[in-house]
Design a protein around this ligand. Sequence first.
Ligand SMILES: *Cc1c(COP(=O)(O)O)cnc(C)c1O
Length: 462
Amino acid sequence: MNYISTRGRAPVLSFEEAMMTGLARDGGLYVPQEIPRLSEPEIAALAGLSYEEAAFRVMRPFLGDTFTDEAFRDIIARAYGGFGHAARAPLVQIGANHFLLELFHGPTLAFKDFAMQLIGQLFRAALSRRGERLTIIGATSGDTGSAAIEAFRGLEGVDVFILFPRGRVSEVQRRQMTTPSEPNVHAIALDSDFDACQARVKDLFNDLAFRDEVRLAGVNSINWARVLAQVVYYFTSAVSLGAPHRPVSFTVPTGNFGDIFAGYIARRMGLPVERLVVATNQNDILHRALSTGRYEVQGVTPTISPSMDIQVSSNFERALFDAYGRDGAAVTQLMDELKSTGGFEISQGVIDRLRDTFVSGRASEEETRTTIARTAAETGEVLCPHSAVGVHVAGAHLGPVPMITLATAHPGKFPDAVEAATGQRPALPLRMADIFDRPERVTDLPDDLDALRQFIRERITN
Ligand SMILES: *Cc1c(COP(=O)(O)O)cnc(C)c1O
């Protein structure tokens, strides 16, 4: 299995190389050259398997000969062994034909653990075999950073640097990043917003000399291995509701378009997915793009669902690449235009193609709060604000096809917003309850590329 860049001018890589590289050297994102398909009997056979075995069968065709079957099974077992629920991704019903996929039982209580725990184990296996070291760098609006730190803390041969926008993540999110004491963990509070953090990470990757000097690797949602890990729960949940014999739809609280793009891959692999509903908060670039055909950056407004406070949705580039018939030159042109003018027009044929798969909606802050309160009252299920955005938007798309809304974080991660909506403060699971007592370690840096480069050079431990 080979991987190609969405901009068409980077070397073709293996799964392992694409995973270690993150962003392609031409600025694009790696995608598989072909999407493998699972047959109907293969999909039907996933029913009743453990999450780990289903994960093996769904992801195996993308790996080529990177790992033996035995090694890959071992990687998966280690990745999901620390989850707090035997089903890993349990499904609960919250209404007629409406189901919630709980993706928050991992070690940092957000769906990012599904991908990050797997990536940690994949990197561990690949690095020890190659006898190499790496510098992991990532930008986070909250949950990616804590998940990455949790996956890489104490790992020999790896330093992990995480940039987060100072003052714009919740206290639990921040503490999950600043309380690990391992010397290879470096939390950086950048004096700016998430888009700036993401832009600086891209700048570091595009500085090819620096990239080689410190052996940079990325674990943001642009990393293909992360998308791949997320494909699995689309399969397990759809199969438990009757796929491949019965179609399902998904509503996905969306920021960087990574999670919902995994749903698109599941559909391309043969899973009968009727609709993928993009749910945004008031930072609604994707909803506007799908509604109007114009993708335009408008600046970020902080919301109670901070992990979706994003205006440049990196993974959307992968969807555009397919919708433009895998024309790397066309994608390059759009991305250049985005960089120079802050937006671009999606051509009519392409927007029609995207709308065959994706529909969209947005939730205001008030609608998000109301949804948390109403869902708790009607079902007893306490939603985090991101999941509530999903449940609100899904409401407009319920019908005869079962709807699965992704619950992307545990409510205890966002206690202030949940308490404001319900009057009750959600607790953290017991295993995390001491997080408020642990000392924090964080470096404040200005939004400045030179300062970042210098800090990274100084702090690398191995
Ligand atoms: C990251 C995140 C999202 C958005 O996921 P994308 O893959 O960026 O679209 C939604 N909810 C939570 C809780 C998250 O951490």
